[in-house]
Design a protein around this ligand. Structure first.
Ligand code: COA
Length: 258
């Protein structure tokens, strides 16, 4: 991979977008590599959770590559949006937790990439925004759909229509991120969060992700049925016996994913 680096240690994968001279902007090569990397990570039994971040001190991802976008015509722009959406849907549909460690600018496609991850944490210097209308376009990699679902229509439209950036503190207040760390502590903070998640039952994590992700697309009564079905399936697992047995015996659970 030319634009991504992958480090896997003890079931945790760090996937870093490596294009710092362009603030990690997402050109088509980066998108292609992201798609392949997530397809591989889904299949990789050594990996239980993924952290996505950007190389360098300044940016998570400063957007889709404007130099590439400028060349698009109407038909190819639609295809481009669908392509980016497909990659980000792949990320959102991952059966393993995916955390965005937002270490700087998360603009346009970068903000949309973070939105497709299951959890977003940020460093204090992070900045979030969907500046597309300042370029004469709209967010095309899911931003108009995922942002209002996450933070509500009013805040989403404020961000989308003004094209202004939010600080990490404002993003926390808006519910766009769930934790903020001083810049120097981001790596350790997100690693600790990921390790905590990895200590939980892997089948339960997978079911919780499915319940929330699929459930939000259903009417609530169907979502509740789906939740109950998954709850029932988990009751047949060794992990449930282990988790509850460990609680009764006042020891840490040793989950096997069985
Ligand atoms: N696409 C392509 N190149 C980008 C880019 C993007 N989205 N964002 C940054 N870059 C490039 C710049 O063109 C510059 O390249 P150069 O050194 O060859 O000129 C390099 O990354 C550094 O960016 P620069 O603008 O010089 O940094 P800055 O600190 O002055 O500003 C930003 C940082 C993030 C405010 C500014 O880069 C920016 O506004 N980027 C575009 C954000 C955007 O609109 N994204 C949505 C795209 S749909």
């Amino acid at each position: 991979m030319a634009f991504l680096s992958l480090d896997v240690a003890d079931r945790l994968a760090w996937l870093t977008i490596q294009r710092p001279e362009k603030l990690n902007a997402l050109n088509n090569d980066v998108l292609k590599e992201l798609e392949q990397a997530f397809a591989d990570l889904e299949q990789d039994d050594r990996v239980g959770a993924v952290i996505v971040t950007g190389a360098g001190e300044k940016a998570f991802v400063a957007g889709a590559d404007i130099a590439e976008l400028k060349r698009l015509d109407s038909a190819s722009a639609r295809v481009q949006a669908l392509r980016g959406q497909t990659v980000f849907q792949r990320i959102e549909a991952m059966s393993k937790p995916v955390i965005a460690a937002v270490n700087g600018f998360a603009l346009g496609g970068g903000c949309e990439l973070a939105l497709a991850c299951h959890i977003r944490v940020a460093s204090e210097n992070a900045r979030f925004g969907l500046p597309e209308v300042s370029l004469g376009i709209i967010p095309g990699y899911g931003g108009t759909q995922r942002l209002p679902r996450l933070v509500g229509k009013g805040v989403a439209l404020d961000l989308i229509l003004s094209a202004e950036m939010l600080t990490a503190a404002d993003a926390l207040r808006a519910g766009l991120v769930s934790r903020v760390f001083p810049q120097a502590d981001l790596k350790a903070g997100v690693e600790k969060l990921a390790r905590t998640i990895l200590s939980r039952g892997p089948l339960a994590l997978r079911s919780a992700l499915a319940a929330v992700h699929q459930g939000l697309e259903m009417p609530q009564d169907q979502g509740l049925q789906y939740e109950a079905a998954l709850f029932g399936l988990l009751a047949a697992t060794q992990d449930m016996q282990e988790g509850m047995g460990a609680f009764m015996e006042k020891r840490a659970a040793q989950f096997k994913g069985l």
